[in-house]
Design a protein around this ligand. Structure first.
Ligand SMILES: NC(=O)c1ccc[n+]([C@@H]2O[C@H](COP(=O)([O-])OP(=O)(O)OC[C@H]3O[C@@H](n4cnc5c(N)ncnc54)[C@H](O)[C@@H]3O)[C@@H](O)[C@H]2O)c1
Length: 260
């Protein structure tokens, strides 16, 4: 049993990629808490289905769509399914992303570069192309792309990741400019390090995980890493009417990482 609930995005349909884990999961839960019908899209089927079932158990409206964001045919199918089920799309959050496997440039293999760019940047392009088109067709809405502080701050072994996230920031602005006359706002959120399975895996891969964790904390003037719900709050702001005059904006949510 599901119902439309009151809230800051009540009655709107939201599509969240990467919703099975970490930041995407927190975003999906937050939007659902604020009354949205939420479509959870991910390659991780078991975790995505489980979250959708949990939300429905809490009287939220939620469904899972298996989606590999690098596959245009899967985007077309997933968006068609959402439009058929809910009559259109209002909010798109492009959150799916990867960071593992970073390499120094002199050793960087092309396959790792391509895979990172395919998920982190092609995935956002395809989201705009197909999810964005559904929002345009409905006459307006809000798109939030998850970039990173790494869109500006360079990181050693971050060639593919930093380039992909800088690409997301600029792609966001082009979409914002093209779609402003169509009533679609497009903004990006730029997290610092956030405690998620992605960051846990980065730490695990480091030669000295504890030292890397401590160094990551030291890079954030607020003295800790972020939590997924703190990024979800920023996404909710852009998704809601409270951000009705914001488009093409970059919201940095990084505990001060980018300040020095
Ligand atoms: N955690 C951080 O510190 C941090 C900082 C800045 C930006 N980000 C960005 O936030 C986003 C989410 O990161 P997270 O930390 O929650 O990671 P996470 O690994 O916890 O979650 C990422 C999700 O994306 C999904 N995914 C991966 N490839 C996919 C594909 N091809 N198609 C569909 N889904 C796919 C995974 O299955 C997973 O559920 C990413 O774009 C990441 O770059 C994270």
């Amino acid at each position: 049993m599901t119902t439309d609930k009151a809230g800051r995005v009540a009655g709107q349909t939201a599509f969240v990629t990467g919703a099975a884990s970490g930041i995407g999961r927190a975003i999906a839960e937050r939007l659902a808490d604020e009354g949205a019908r939420v479509v959870l899209a991910d390659v991780s089927v078991e975790a995505g289905e489980a979250l959708a079932a949990k939300l429905r158990g809490e009287s939220r409206t939620a469904m899972f769509e298996r989606l590999d964001v690098t596959r245009e045919d899967e985007w077309q199918r997933a968006i068609a399914s959402v439009v058929a089920t809910f009559g259109g799309l209002d909010i798109l959050v492009n959150c799916a992303g990867v960071a593992a496997g970073g390499q120094e440039l002199l050793q960087h293999d092309f396959a790792t570069w391509r895979r990172t760019l395919a998920i982190n940047l092609d995935g956002v392009f395809l989201g705009l192309r197909h999810g964005g088109a559904a929002i345009v067709a409905k006459g307006g809405g809000s798109i939030i792309n998850i970039s990173s502080v790494a869109s500006r701050a360079a990181v050693v072994r971050g060639a593919a990741y930093c380039a992909s996230k800088a690409g997301v920031a600029q792609l966001t602005k082009v979409a914002a400019l093209e779609w402003a006359p169509l009533g679609v706002r497009v903004n990006s959120v730029h997290p610092g390090y956030v405690e998620t399975p992605l960051v846990a895996e980065l730490m695990r891969q480091a030669p000295d995980s504890e030292a890397m964790h401590a160094a990551a904390i030291a890079r954030h003037p607020l003295g800790r890493l972020g939590l997924p719900h703190e990024i979800a709050n920023a996404v909710l702001f852009f998704a809601s009417d409270e951000a009705s005059f914001a488009t093409g904006a970059e919201l940095i949510v990084d505990g001060g990482y980018a300040l020095p």
